[in-house]
Design a binder for this molecule. Structure first.
Ligand code: DC
Length: 231
């Protein structure tokens, strides 16, 4: 049986960076489940169903029409992942969409489709199959509660919205994009709101608040938790 680590938490808590580093140090595979939701978000944008904008105040009827259109799109979507070096790439009907899934509209589109039941049901087996194939760390929102309730290690990684916004601001700055802190914070809060139903803390998860930890300290904390449970 594969040894699985569920690493859940809100956007910007550092899950992907920490999971990638911890997986490398523990000899495990890192699986970024958000990339799967992002790929479906991109497919829905390309199909003209959604625009990759704020979706929390869409009127009920419009929301129902969007959900029905996305549900109809799903049977025509084939998702796969492959590793190029240690980097996970995601393929949408054979096309490598690893770059287009990272744009700001794709983030909102991912969050939009991730709130839809049909999408979560569609991705359930995909995620379970990926987890069963290797000893792996899955980063997501409901890995410890819904996808892998039997995961051997469950960690819920969190950080204050202000800490997450400041990290995001610095990340953008490194890419040459200057954004005011207030704007980045507003986006963090909006995504939390959109993702709030999906983001679940398993009763048996270990809570790890990284607000006051450096990246290295956060990685070390996750690695120690894994090593204490790994056979
Ligand atoms: O982790 P991320 O930012 O790449 O995730 C993209 C979106 O997908 C985010 O809005 C939350 C959602 N998501 C989810 O609902 N469940 C997961 N397991 C992973 C991501």
């Amino acid at each position: 049986m594969a040894f699985n680590v569920a690493l859940d938490g809100p956007s910007g808590a550092g899950k992907s960076t920490i999971a990638r580093a911890a997986a490398a140090r523990c000899g495990m595979v890192y699986i970024d489940t958000g990339a799967l939701y992002r790929a479906i978000g991109v497919a829905a944008m390309r199909a003209g169903i959604i625009k990759g904008e704020k979706s929390t105040d869409r009127p009920g009827e419009e929301q129902a029409a969007v959900e029905s259109a996305v549900a109809k799109l799903l049977p025509g979507i084939v998702l796969s992942i492959a590793y190029i070096g240690t980097e996970q790439h995601v393929f949408l009907n054979g096309e490598d969409v690893s770059e287009p899934i990272r744009t700001p509209p794709a983030s909102l589109a991912a969050s939009d489709v991730a709130a839809q039941k049909a999408v979560r049901a569609y991705l359930l087996d995909t995620q379970r199959n990926l987890a069963a194939a290797n000893d792996s760390i899955l980063d997501g929102r409901d890995i410890g509660t819904v996808i892998l309730p039997q995961a051997q290690v469950k960690i819920f990684l969190t950080a204050a919205p202000e800490a997450r916004a400041e990290r995001r601001r610095l990340q953008l700055q490194r890419k040459g994009i200057e954004e005011p802190f207030e704007k980045v914070l507003a986006e963090v809060i909006l995504r939390d709101k959109q993702d709030e139903t999906q983001t679940q803390i398993a009763a048996d998860a270990i809570l790890l608040d990284t607000s006051a930890l450096t990246l290295e300290e956060s990685i070390q904390a996750v690695v120690s938790l894994i090593e204490s449970k790994k056979p």
